[in-house]
Design a protein around this ligand. Sequence first.
Ligand SMILES: [Zn+2]
Length: 292
Amino acid sequence: MKKDYLVRGMVYQDYVRVFAVQMTETLEEIRKRLDTYPVVSAALGRTLAVSAMMGAMVKGEDRLSIVVKGDGPIGKILVDANGKGEVRGYVSNPHVEFPLNEKGKLDVRAAVGKEGTIIVTKDLGLKDPYQGSSPIVSGEIGEDFAYYFTVSEQIPSAVGVGVLVNPDYSIKSCGGFIFQVMPDTPEEVIAALERDISQIRPVSAMVNDGLTPEEMLKEITGQEAKILGELPIVFKCHCSRQRVESALISLGKEELQAMIDEENEAEIQCHFCNEKYHVSREELAKLINVKH
Ligand SMILES: [Zn+2]
């Protein structure tokens, strides 16, 4: 199978904008780094799939971050993505377990929670970042983002995202789609889209069967989408020693001195990739003298 990638295009006589992604390997890379349990991999993977597709809605250097803050035991899901197909993410508590739900599926809703907020921040290179938010309406992630796009960005949308996890906790499949209805779309086109969407099988099953994003769109709509672009999807963390040092400097002299006195050194771990940065007493002392 081809590496992880997404496509963007148009369907239904160009009235509907579409995105579709398969990113099983990317989620597996993140699962290995963060040691997420199955229901957490599902919640995080669904959010990552949305973020990858939202990344394809912005320009190359532009970035966006998503926070899903529900009242479930996972805590906060935080992911970010950019226009180059680079994604990363983490959750407050990676070790959450639940029995399968009544449909025999991972109970994402129980883990995420049924109440809370989705916050999307887009850094589009302008003076101020764009921020939009909406309440969690289902806790299953896909419906929550359909609601977000429709209410916060005023673009009627259908979102399907899915993850399958193997018995050994590795990722079996991860993928998704977003359909967005353009202004002045005739009623019958919207009705056709709604009918098609209501009849689909789970997106995780389509990815698991080896369907490419293009084939997934064809199965859902029964027609070839007009593909306008393709983007490889990869895990990439943007942490670095320099960023860790800048963060330490921003704590201020007193805080740094307290670290030296109490801990003698500092160990900073990146939430996104679990990389550890060790900062010695001597290095901390140097940072104190850097101009603030
Ligand atoms: Zn990192």
